[in-house]
Design a protein around this ligand. Structure first.
Ligand code: SF4
Ligand code: SF4
Length: 443
């Protein structure tokens, strides 16, 4: 079976959080394949540990994917602070005979080093055009866990688990391998927090992750971290702010200093996004009936809102609002057509991770989260049909069916982009809904 078919069969999706089906990404020809090992979100410890624990598998998957797309160069981006890991990977690359092909490139410890477009620039010097994706400049980017899953797919093993960091203001920080469909509460219980009602949970990293509205759900292939912080923590209060409150505060306090623009990573790459102008258009009623399409160039990195703005305002939220409205209106930003060129000041305007962590009030929680093997005890697994970008999977099992771990239980609908889903345990199917398949675990 070729790489694309194997990856499609195995239900591999972008494990960095985006959830884009990987077989679509690999169904291309490119000059470069890039492994995103930057893991720039504060407190996350997944990729750096996977790259150490499963380096051979990851390198195998990376090599196979790179050769498949015809890439001439395969580059791994990892922050230079992980010196021992870089050394290990370089040794493994040589031992495996990939030395002429795969190269490790150390990255600065800045945020957002893992933004796909920032990574493409840092590793290749190419700039992804506005409103475009890396393949436009001959690059395919995969993350460390995705590459591990590619390697497993080539050995016939589908995606039935995800790796995530349990972190934040908790007694027990750890990184776990969790079967897809495990109750989120079972994972959170390992944190050592006795009264979860006093805590908020961020699904993902502190910068780009969102507050979980409901912790009674199930773990998906996309989960990368659960960060627990007390509800009164300033980061939680800022994440919980409503659009209406943000709009009023923005209008009252934006001084048009343009710090949000001057530090915006996409602006610094030469794109036209200028969040201070989005603020101006809202605050002075200049947006008219159509929101500014330039908001679609925002990556959602949250730097403007969580770090740059001296007044603690919410420019990213205005971009989010614009993007949502534009999606409903089906209006798209029209690129200028002028190739972007990096702004000369960029080198001096990158945000050191430690400064960001301090600003977020997370320094006390920036601790190791060592990998821990856990025996999962819940008697049910709820496998969502939509854990990815694209059409939900169509169930191929019915109530009463006995399934084994790794068995396919949902297919990509005919003619659609999507991802297959698989049982993450042996058991009996006890519910089949449009949104999920529930399996009662049998040992
Ligand atoms: S940094 Fe804050 S105050 Fe300055 S222009 Fe941007 S939103 Fe307004
Ligand atoms: S969230 Fe803010 S800083 Fe990040 S890309 Fe969007 S506008 Fe720029």
């Amino acid at each position: 079976m070729d790489v694309v078919s194997a990856v499609r069969e195995a239900g591999v999706i972008g494990a960095g959080g985006a959830g884009f089906p990987t077989y679509v990404k690999l169904n291309a020809k490119a000059d470069y394949i890039l492994l995103n090992g930057a893991e720039c979100e504060p407190l996350l410890r997944v990729d750096q540990q996977l790259l150490g624990l499963f380096s051979t598998d990851i390198l195998e998957g990376f090599y196979a994917a790179g050769k498949h797309i015809g890439a001439e160069k395969a580059l791994i981006g990892i922050k230079k602070k992980h010196a021992a890991l870089i050394e290990k990977l370089r040794a493994d690359i040589q031992d495996m005979g990939y030395g002429d092909y795969i190269r490790v490139v150390p990255l600065k410890d800045v945020y957002p080093a893992g933004d796909e477009q920032v990574l493409v620039y840092e590793l290749t010097g190419r700039i992804v055009p506005e409103a475009s994706i890396p393949i436009q400049v001959g690059c395919v980017v995969v993350n460390a866990e995705t590459t591990l899953n590619i390697s497993h797919a080539l050995k016939g093993k589908p995606v039935t688990k995800t790796y995530l960091t349990l972190g934040g203001d908790i007694p027990h920080r750890m990184t776990l391998c969790v079967p897809v469909g495990t109750p989120v509460r079972e994972v959170l219980a390992l944190s050592g927090v006795s009264n979860l009602d006093d805590y908020a949970v961020i699904d993902g990293g502190p910068m780009m992750g969102s507050l979980m509205k409901n912790i009674d759900g199930a773990v998906t292939k996309r989960n990368k971290a659960f960060i627990l912080l007390q509800k009164e923590h300033p980061l939680i209060r800022r994440k919980a702010v409503s659009f209406e409150t943000a709009r009023i505060v923005n209008k009252a306090a934006c001084e048009q200093c343009r710090m949000c623009t001057d530090l915006c990573p996409r602006y610094l790459l030469g794109h036209s996004i200028e969040p201070h102008k989005i603020m101006r258009s809202y605050n002075y009623g200049l947006s008219g009936s159509t929101p500014q399409t330039v908001s679609q160039l925002c990556s959602g990195c949250n730097l403007c809102q969580m770090f740059s703005c001296p007044a603690g305002l919410y420019p990213k939220l205005m971009n989010d609002h614009n993007k949502a409205q534009l999606a409903v209106l089906k209006i798209k930003y029209q690129p200028t057509g002028v190739p972007p060129s990096v702004r000369a000041i960029r080198e001096f305007r990158q945000i050191p991770s430690q400064r960001l962590i301090a600003r977020l009030g997370l320094s006390d929680f920036d601790q190791p989260a060592p990998f821990r093997l856990e025996e999962w005890k819940s008697d049910r697994r709820t496998i969502l049909t939509s854990q990815h970008i694209g059409a939900p999977a169509v169930p191929t099992v019915k109530v009463g069916d006995l399934v084994v771990s790794g068995q396919r239980i949902g297919e990509i609908p005919e003619g659609s982009i999507g991802a297959a889903i698989h049982a993450s345990c042996n058991g009996e199917v006890v519910d089949v809904r449009q949104d999920a398949i529930v399996i009662e675990v049998r040992k």
